[in-house]
Design a protein around this ligand. Sequence first.
Ligand code: VTB
Length: 314
Amino acid sequence: MELVRATEAAAIRAVPWIGRGNKNAADGAAVDAMRKFLATVEFQGEVVIGEGEKDEAPMLFNGEIVGNGRGPLCDIAVDPIDGTSLTAAGRQNALSVIAVADRGTMYNPKEVFYMDKIVAGPAGKGIIDLDRPIADNIKDLANALGKDVEDMNIAILDRPRHEKLIADVRASGAGTELMLDGDVAGGINAALENGRIDMCVGIGGTPEGIITACAIKGLDGVMQGRLYPRNDEERQNAIDAGHDLNAVLTQDDLVRTDNTFFVCTGVTDGGLVRGVNRERNQITTDSVVLRARSGTFRRVTAVHRSDKWLNDED
Ligand code: VTB
């Protein structure tokens, strides 16, 4: 639960940068706040996935040790803002995210920035399969959900590389929910039962894939991913590092423990959590905390006193 203070802090510090067109400044403010708050949490965390290398953004770097140096040894995957461009533009769906698991359990394919992913809720167990055509995945999941294909909603990042995937989804009869950014939230929304999204598919960031896997474990959902090198050099680096580029990785390969925590706080409003709200002397944050071992989904609304946050020493 202490971890939520770190994502709250990152989200609050990003607020002055919402809609200011400067994504590195937003990210930088969130990174600093998260680093500072993580230093007070009782654990010995090592950052395995520090988002930012792909976009050359400010980041918590891989190998960085966080926490107060006492307590359990952990792997950390962190994205102080998933959706920095959304934040900079003043768009919805930006989140501050952290995922924690036992030390040595997070898959770390740092040589490859992208991963092909498919995510669904508990009904997708034994059904979703990255190797099958998308139309078959949709049809079988619809069946398991007791829905018509026409009522299925599939979240996909709106990118030119997904042109065919989007066309295939629509040709199957299902609808698409195109995301500007933020496929962590897309994956979680897909795994939540009774949500508007039934499945999240497509190529997104590898760090976001590991973070999503931690959340999926907490939601008892299903996920598969396969590394997606952008060019021959990345492909060769990955092979040299011992990665099997054909392997379909499940959530249990991506994070090899059930002792995972996932925490996110809304920066801007979104389908999963509301954005930071500032009113008079109060700042309100909306967060979700998922604990895989107990399968608990907690919503945490916190009210912070603005005067405490105006003081940088707080
Ligand atoms: C996604 C999205 C992220 O990276 O993973 C995406 O969820 C994939 O990369 O918010 P491209 O943007 O290069 O397509 C982010 O946009 C963050 O970089």
